[in-house]
Ligand binder design. Structure first.
Ligand code: IMP
Ligand code: MG
Length: 175
């Protein structure tokens, strides 16, 4: 099977991703120092990025996972966010870093921020691999951002279309 047949072109290569993830981890390590951190992977899209990022963090880290859905297999955001799977542990009085694949309209993270702040964490920051600021509708700015991209629909390195193409090792634009 040719995994690459629906790809128009590679936007961000494996090598570029590797270098940027290293840079992001350095920023995060410098900011938090030795403070323990709860790192939250937003399933499913962030799982590849999360796995690469956490291996470069140097503070004591706890993993947690959350699944949200705002897209029903479509290319357009509904603006409605559902918690499909909640965190396993409490975040009260913890420093929390949310790891997301991409910020598009910002509705997903805006709803998530509201929900998590109600649980009284010490702090919440957002780390996203990709940011599409031209599409923003909600007031959300990532604290750590891998790459700012134009308004393209992208897949790979965790990102999907209709649940597929997540395993591509690079970020690509669809045909
Ligand atoms: P937002 O609520 O509009 O910010 O949407 C965020 C979610 O939409 C992301 O976590 C992705 O699951 C999905 N999404 C937005 N843009 C893309 C894209 O270009 N490719 C794949 N998924 C995307
Ligand atoms: Mg997602």
């Amino acid at each position: 099977m040719d995994l690459h047949k629906d790809i128009a072109r590679i936007l961000i290569s494996e090598e570029e991703i590797r270098a940027r993830v290293e840079g992001l981890a350095k920023e995060i390590n410098d900011d938090y120092g030795d403070k323990p951190l709860v790192v939250v992977c937003i399933l499913k899209g962030s799982v590849v990025f999360f796995a690469d990022l956490v291996r470069r963090l140097t503070m004591p880290v706890r993993f947690d996972f959350m699944a949200l859905s705002s897209y029903e297999n479509a290319r357009v955001s509904s603006g409605i966010v559902r918690v499909a799977m909640d965190l396993y542990e409490t975040i009260e009085d913890k420093d929390v870093l949310i790891v997301e694949d991409i910020i598009d309209t910002g509705h997903t993270l805006s709803h998530l921020r509201e929900l998590l702040y109600s649980r009284a964490p010490k702090s919440i920051r957002f780390c996203t691999l990709l940011d599409k600021p031209s599409r923003r509708e909600a007031n959300i700015h990532p604290d750590y951002c891998g790459f700012t991209i134009e308004d393209h629909f992208v897949v790979g390195y965790g990102l999907d279309i209709g649940g597929e193409h997540r395993q591509l090792p690079y970020v690509a634009i669809m045909k």
